[in-house]
Write a protein that binds this ligand. Sequence first.
Ligand SMILES: *Cc1c(COP(=O)(O)O)cnc(C)c1O
Length: 334
Amino acid sequence: MQLARFPRYRLGHLPTPLEPMPRLTEVLRAKGSTVPHLWIKRDDCTGLATGGNKTRKLEYLLADALAQGADTLITQGATQSNHARQTAAAAARAGLGCELLLERRQVRDDDYEASGNVLLDTILGARIADRLPAGTDMAAAMESLADELRAKGKRPYVIPGGGSNPVGALGYVGCAQELATADVPIDWVVHATGSAGTQAGLLAGLLAMRSGIQVLGVSVRQPAAVQRPLVHDLAVRTAELIGAPGAVGLDDVQVDDGWTGPGYGVPTDEMVAALRLVAETEGILLDPVYSGKGFAGLLGAIEAGRFGADEHVVFVHTGGSAGLFGYRSTFAPR
Ligand SMILES: *Cc1c(COP(=O)(O)O)cnc(C)c1O
């Protein structure tokens, strides 16, 4: 597996730091839990317009777009999409236009509609081409927008939601390499899983390297029965792309769907508690949609005694704190 064979457009501050979580560990021990060695992989610090996991994916997607002579990026996401915001920043950096389609997966308040990532999208020069109702076929909507742009003489490049295709997932093969070669004997990697590219890239990379590191995805959107095959399919295709066919089996794909709550982007008490705990003990901001629920899943696994005291567990912080400003009412001062 040689990642350097794939064209890459540098956007991120990589490798990201791998840091211990000493104050959080103390607090969890005081509660009587068996606490593993806890680490946090700071992919919230990728450096692109408040950072996050889409930066790694966009390095490979941008290279592909530029190789195809594109002049405009099109992508889609929920109203407070971190992916849309990072795509807007990547487009600005590469001198490309950026057209966003936002899906109203839920209706909240004015902050949700206009602050947080939405505010940053427009500051970064992207055009919000449309806001569509929940349940819209967003892939089809992107294709018809691409047709419209082509009719105007543009050369659009369509990036799937979350940047999750095999090219995008290469970004997380890169993260897998950073983890497998870290100075820490990692046993587990835990992170929030949504459009599946992060977990697929991690699995393809870690299994291709025979690292022995297990990956637990905490689902923020779908039941495990739907999410596992989604991750598996993309991981298989990513493994083929990097020259490691057959590296990923369905048994390798572990998904915990106990922390999604009522649905995508809907706050849960466990998310709020996890987010406040990490903020107050480590000074690190998680996000309400993904990493907050992902960390709630990690805390749940620790409380359930899933990890041994001598194991090394890494939470991949996938970013998203810009979304906090879209959820002001959820975190109103106590
Ligand atoms: C998109 C996103 C995820 C989920 O990553 P996928 O590759 O879509 O599964 C996790 N955390 C944050 C902050 C995100 O924006």
